[in-house]
Design a protein around this ligand. Structure first.
Ligand code: IDP
Ligand code: MG
Length: 139
């Protein structure tokens, strides 16, 4: 099934200058980019995006991290792209991420783990709508 998913290149990745490396992996995997922009999130935007994690012990640290620098948000499209992109990302805990994945190679902490990817079809729709208007998606 052709799906869409939201990708974020997090502040640690932008600082490591691996935007190009991440996009290269998407293109190598025949994942199409149909929306892309650079943002610096406000605290309100970051808290809203991660509202599902509000109350968890890592929430404040996560929000501080996500507003610490520029990010790139992208809408990705392709066959089974939600799961395929999460495979390219690697496990949330970079110490458990499979070798060769983005998180295994570039994450430097449990918070600083390089990329975000939606985890299911419903959350993908919500997350895409959080950052993109329909007319900003180029199909
Ligand atoms: P995901 O990004 O792999 O979907 P989530 O469980 O949705 O992982 O967590 C969102 C983000 O919160 C993670 O990517 C990571 O940056 C941060 N995070 C998750 N769990 C922890 C933790 O146990 N300690 C610190 N940060 C965490
Ligand atoms: Mg998640």
């Amino acid at each position: 099934m052709i799906q869409q998913t939201l990708s974020i290149i997090k502040p640690d990745a932008v600082k490591q200058r691996i935007i190009g490396e991440i996009i290269k992996r998407l293109e190598n995997n025949k994942i199409e980019i149909i929306g892309m922009k650079m943002l610096k999130l406000t605290r309100e935007q970051a808290e809203g995006f991660y509202a599902v994690h509000k109350g968890k012990p890592f929430f404040e640290t996560l929000v501080e991290f996500m507003i610490s620098g520029k990010i790139v948000v992208m809408v990705l499209q392709g066959e089974d792209v939600i799961a395929r992109y999460r495979t390219i990302m690697g496990a949330t805990d970079y110490r458990k991420a499979a070798p060769g994945t983005l998180r295994a190679e570039f994450a430097t902490g449990l918070t600083e783990n390089v990329v975000h990817g939606s985890d299911a079809t419903e959350t993908a729709v919500q997350e895409i709508n959080y950052f993109f208007k329909p007319e900003e998606l180029v199909k």
